[in-house]
Design a protein around this ligand. Structure first.
Ligand code: NAD
Length: 482
């Protein structure tokens, strides 16, 4: 069976323990590969390689680092179909989504940061005729990068690219459920000629490999994307070492629909916001609030569109909704559907495992599910489900819907649909969320800051925020001569 090995010091290595984890295809439930179950010895070896590579890499001219990142981007692009098929098989997402979104975004992550850093400028200030102040940046050292399973290569490379372009070396640990495209990335880095040790990929569980990285004294920076509960461990384990931390966490995002919006356009986007990637996107609009005059029509048309989505084989180009990432996650999402009914909800679409051909019957599928009739403060409307389940609730006033939108512990994103420009600005500013979309969803400009408020995150990445995070910033104050 295929074995997925760690990429350390420029070469692939079996885990020191000789242990492996099952790598499952979520569409069939079958184990199709074995993944290195790394422990702290593998993490130590990766960190040592990254430390050895750091002095030369951090002094490599920026233009050379940028050229290497561009070469990596070109090589991923040249294997687009293979990357997309692998990501789909590993994670359960439709191959069309991996091909159109995940892999192109990974390519863009490398291209964007290669170019952005070369155009980056610093401020200088003159203190009358006394002194000059300017900012000097240094690479931090070995960056520890930990990513989740929902957008495996997209989120991993969004950390690796800014870490490397700013002169850091890194040890990255992708999710143990979806590490396969990272192995392909290791091959690409080898082929691109990235110097050994600059980027190391260690596979395995969070409790073992992840915790070893977070607690490692020679890793001064941790960028983590994942669940809010896990982040508490990251904060605790890194605290004794005073690490630089960026935490991108869970969400329970509100999607507000005012009666004056373009309803046809809104319905198309609402469907994507609810069910893209089986609802396994941290930014999904999982709580929809619709103004009373258009509520009935919205609920009817949205439910019909959800029921018409094609759930099935992720490798089929016509599939809209693939498999959830694991049996445990599918069961968790099913538990929330049951809870929704217990909490008084009505199911308008989905709610069960779909009938599928025999080769998919052990896969982790679930129909796109629409629920109405729930109070804004019930568990289903407050807790992150991270699956194809959306709630729809009518509202009567702007104040009411703003209060409901802000009523969860999360604050990642919010979306609002309206034809009233003043209201768009007013309600956007009232949202306790780090990113607000008006009359669109998931439109991302990498130059803009990204991150959540409240339990959705700490810190910002994206654009110059990433450059800030992945560098130590020094102020140099030089007194002019007398
Ligand atoms: P998770 O927290 O279970 O795992 C994320 C990563 O952390 C994995 O690589 C895992 O192995 C590792 N990990 C687990 N325990 C660890 C520990 N003690 N020490 C170090 N590492 C550890 O999250 P998940 O289930 O993979 O991903 C889903 C979550 O991620 C959802 O809550 C989702 O909202 C969130 N997410 C957030 C964003 C964002 O940008 N805010 C993006 C995508 C996903």
């Amino acid at each position: 069976m295929l074995q997925l090995h760690n990429f350390i010091d420029g070469a692939f290595h079996a885990p020191r323990s000789g242990r492996y984890l099952d790598n499952v295809n979520p569409a069939t439930g079958a184990v199709y590969a074995h993944l290195a179950a790394s422990d702290e010895r593998d993490v130590d070896a990766a960190v040592a390689a990254a430390q050895r590579a750091f002095p030369a890499w951090s002094r490599t001219p920026l233009a050379e680092r940028a050229a290497l990142l561009h070469r990596i981007a070109d090589l991923i692009e040249s294997r687009l179909d293979e990357f997309a098929a692998t990501e789909s098989m590993d994670q359960g997402k439709p191959v069309s989504l991996a091909r159109a979104v995940d892999i192109p975004r990974a390519v863009w992550n490398f291209r964007y940061f290669a170019d952005a850093m070369q155009h980056h400028q610093e401020q200088a200030t003159h203190m009358d005729d006394q002194a000059l102040n300017y900012v000097h940046r240094k690479a931090v050292g070995v960056a520890g990068l930990i990513s989740p399973w929902n957008l495996p290569l997209y989120l991993l490379t969004w950390k690796i690219a800014p870490a490397l372009i700013t002169g850091n070396t890194c040890v990255a640990k992708p999710s143990e459920m979806t590490s396969h495209t990272a192995v392909l990335l290791g091959e690409v880095m080898q082929a691109a000629g990235l110097p050994a040790g600059v980027c190391n990929l260690v596979f395995g569980t969070g409790a073992e490999a992840g915790a070893a990285l977070v607690g490692h004294p020679d890793v001064p920076l941790i960028s983590f994307t994942g669940g809010t509960a896990t982040a508490k461990h990251i904060i605790q384990d890194s605290a004794p070492h005073f690490k630089k931390l960026s935490l991108e966490l869970g969400g329970k995002n509100a999607f507000l629909v005012f009666a004056d919006c373009d309803l046809d356009a809104c319905l198309d986007v609402a469907l994507r916001a609810a069910f893209t990637n089986q609802g396994e996107v941290c930014l999904c609009g999982s709580r929809m609030f619709v103004e009373r005059p258009i509520y009935d029509e919205f609920l009817r048309r949205f439910s019909a569109a959800a029921a018409a989505l094609r759930v099935g084989d992720p490798s089929d180009a016509t599939t809209n909704t693939g498999a959830l990432v694991s049996a445990a996650h599918r069961d968790k999402v099913m538990g929330y559907i049951k809870l929704a009914v217990e909490e008084g909800g009505t199911i308008h679409a989905g709610g069960k495992v779909p009938d599928l051909p025999s080769h998919l019957q052990n896969g982790f599928f679930l129909e796109p599910t629409v629920v109405s009739g729930l109070a804004a403060d019930c568990r289903v409307q407050q807790e992150e489900i991270f699956g194809p389940v959306v709630t729809i609730t009518p509202f009567d006033s702007e104040d009411e819907v703003v209060a409901w939108a802000n009523s969860t512990r999360y604050g990642l994103s919010a979306t609002l649909w309206t034809g009233d420009l003043s209201r768009a600005h007013r309600v956007a500013h009232a949202m306790d969320a780090g990113i607000i979309w008006v009359n669109t969803w998931m439109l991302r400009d990498l130059r803009t800051p990204f991150g959540g408020m409240k339990a959705s995150g700490v810190g910002r990445e994206g654009g110059h925020h990433s450059i800030d995070f992945y560098t130590e910033i020094q102020n140099v104050c030089i007194k002019y001569g007398s």
